[in-house]
Design a protein around this ligand. Structure first.
Ligand SMILES: [Zn+2]
Ligand SMILES: [Zn+2]
Length: 641
């Protein structure tokens, strides 16, 4: 029997290497096997076949062959483990997840989760045709290619994905289409199924284990050659992959925020490179990283008409926040004549802070360094740890009854709307209102069906949903995100404003209102002119000067613990032993869930050269750190700082 090196799927960092086993003749790289490891049975993945064991080592045989994944996915997982500083086992678990028992239901998850889709339009626009031609040339060149598909909201990116998939399938190869959120998969799925029928599978973390197993089986058997899903679909077990489309490529949800902290966009690029596939990244507001690095396929403006005019409301001159006079006027028009509006306020609750006018104290969370948010049920809640207390009638510090509710959240906005326009239906979309995915789907369906309503909510309302008849899109507080201490704060603001504006006037003339205290701020002024390109050009210039991505990579090390000084001390020691990178910090962060936190940020050309040593130093220090209750995270290419 031949020998194979097998990675047992154990999460412990101590066994992050392959072990030699005897395997049956037909077993190859990518086989998923059951092995005896120590005294336990484990699943394992074959990484290579043929290597003889070191002299004198007794080799056991694998107990069972459980299945297999395409060999290219083994290379992808091992690369991922190395790049993001995770373990091979954790990365292999992504491409070869546990297979639960078979279930009895017959219809596929893709069939049950899909919304309706449109038919195939007759002809492509000129720019769509040229973009498709370029993608097809990439497919036929037989090696990896990477494109940025750039065009305004409504410029027809989805039709380009659909045709590119058609061309890929016609060549006998498979395709993956990624969307940033599970909530967006039913709509995307509907579109692709309308064109490709049952040959479409769906993969995301919201499926049940049994559904996921069935979908993976359909893909592995070749019954579904097209996979639609959220970030984990990038690991779909398609053999002979030809195309990966990453829709709304600017969206930070493509980054996984737990170990392995991979970015599905980076993984898509690597998978395309490994398998000679074409990767297409689409957005109306691309990341500066993609703009600088990728060949651009430009779709230009909207097919159906011009982008809607944007009116900026200067809140320093207009009273009435959260509903200024111009916004009220627009809503009145809707109330009288019909039509739909989308209102974005990226903050939950009634008021983001309760503040005593007499002594100046704001009610804060006992575990976290943040203000408690007043909610509609009369509770003050912490948005980080969930701790809640009843809102006091008088100030607990000085006894004064003069408590001010500072600012506005979605619940207050909803109440104001109810007060002024009692006859206008309101549909709220935020984490409180749609705690379950079904509620979200219900709310979106409701908004699609009515002909007069206001959809209001957090950034959820701005994400990629297509609704007919939206006459008004308004940003209630454009300044909200700008205050974030993150170098991407301006980029995120521009993306959010542009995406929201893109919901308006897709099929009829629409209007867009942006309320702000900083009308001259760069992302607000440029979003109002739909000038994404000037924004990206300026952003790239600034990032070049500061050495931010795409010019250098960032590696973030975060340490948290129960004592105030220990995280800073641990990071200061780490910093002294990291060389070859420009290191910022350590800097303290907000305390969260009772834990004090601090971070280091390294700027480097080669993230592995920082993340590798940082990971090893932290692993070496881990007994002492554990004793002190400290936890550490190394995050390569972090999406928030
Ligand atoms: Zn007070
Ligand atoms: Zn808290």
């Amino acid at each position: 029997m031949p020998y194979a090196s097998v990675y047992p799927l154990l999460t412990a960092r101590a066994v992050a290497r392959p072990f030699t086993y005897e395997v049956p003749d037909e077993v190859g790289k990518g086989a998923v096997v059951q092995v005896r490891f120590g005294s336990a049975r484990r699943r394992g993945v074959v990484a290579a076949v043929g290597e003889a064991p070191p002299d004198g080592v007794r080799v056991a045989a694998v107990e069972k062959v459980l299945g297999d994944v395409p060999p290219a996915l083994v290379d992808l997982a091992l690369w991922l483990a190395d790049y993001y500083g995770s373990t091979p086992a954790r990365a292999l678990e992504l491409v070869a997840p546990h297979r639960p028992a078979r279930r009895k239901e017959q219809t596929s998850a893709a069939g049950r989760h899909a919304l309706g889709g449109e038919g195939r339009p007759g002809a492509l626009s000129g720019p769509q045709g040229s973009a498709l031609e370029r993608i097809v040339a990439g497919l036929d060149a037989g090696k990896a290619a990477h494109f940025l598909l750039y065009g305004a909201t409504g410029s027809g990116k989805t039709e380009v994905y659909l045709r590119a998939c058609e061309e890929t399938l016609a060549r006998g190869r498979g395709a993956i289409v990624l969307v940033p959120e599970i909530a967006l998969t039913p709509q995307a799925l509907g579109r692709f199924r309308a064109r490709f029928g049952d040959g479409v599978a769906v993969l995301h973390s919201g499926l049940t284990d049994a559904e996921r197993r069935d979908e993976r089986d359909r893909i592995a058997a070749g019954d579904a050659r097209l996979v639609v899903g959220a970030r984990s679909a990038v690991f779909a077990p398609l053999a002979d992959l030809g195309l990966i489309c990453v829709d709304e490529e600017h969206d930070a949800s493509y980054k996984q925020e737990s170990d392995p902290r991979y970015d599905a966009r980076t993984v898509a690029a690597k998978r395309a490179a490994l398998e000679g596939a074409v990767a297409v990244y689409g957005s109306a507001t691309p990341r500066p990283e993609s703009w600088a690095r990728l060949e651009r396929l430009e779709l230009g403006g909207r097919i159906a008409g011009p982008l809607p005019p944007v009116r900026v409301i200067d809140l320093r001159r207009e009273g009435g926040y959260p509903l200024s006079a111009p916004l009220l006027e627009e809503l009145e028009r809707l109330d009288r004549g019909g039509g739909k509006a989308i209102l974005l306020l990226n903050r939950r609750g009634v008021a983001p802070a309760l503040h005593c006018r007499a002594c100046g104290v704001t009610r804060r969370c006992g575990n976290c360094d943040v203000a408690l948010v007043l909610h509609g049920d009369g509770a003050l809640r912490c948005h980080h740890c969930g701790q809640a207390e009843a809102a006091p009638r008088t100030c607990p510090e000085c006894g004064s009854p003069d408590l001010a509710r500072l600012g506005a959240g979605t619940q207050r906005l909803e109440r104001e709307l109810e007060r002024v326009f009692p006859g206008l239906e309101r549909i709220r979309l935020d984490a409180d209102a749609v705690a379950k995915p079904e509620l979200l789907a219900d709310a979106l369906r409701r908004f699609e069906q009515v002909d007069r309503a206001v959809l209001l909510g957090t950034q959820m309302v701005a994400k990629g949903h297509h609704f007919a008849g939206v006459a008004l899109a308004a940003v209630v507080d454009a300044d909200n995100g700008l205050a974030m201490p993150d170098f991407r704060a301006e980029e995120r603001t521009l993306q959010l404003l542009t995406q929201l504006a893109g919901r308006s006037g897709r099929d009829a003339p629409g209007r867009v209102l942006i309320q702000t205290f900083q009308p001259d701020a760069r992302p607000i002024a440029l979003a109002a002119r739909h000038d994404v390109e000037q924004f990206v050009a300026g952003e790239l210039e600034r990032r070049r000067e500061l050495g931010y991505p795409p010019f250098r990579h960032l590696v973030r090390v975060l340490v948290a613990g129960p004592e105030p000084d220990a995280p800073m001390q641990a990071l200061a020691e780490l910093r002294d032993r990291l060389d070859g990178a420009e290191v910022l910090g350590p800097a303290p962060l907000l305390r969260l869930r009772g834990r004090y936190r601090a971070q280091l940020v390294a700027k480097t050309e080669s993230p592995r050269r920082v993340a590798g040593p940082a990971g090893r130093l932290l692993a070496a220090a881990s007994p002492a750190m554990r004793k002190a209750g400290l936890t550490a995270v190394v995050d390569v290419d972090p999406q928030s700082l």
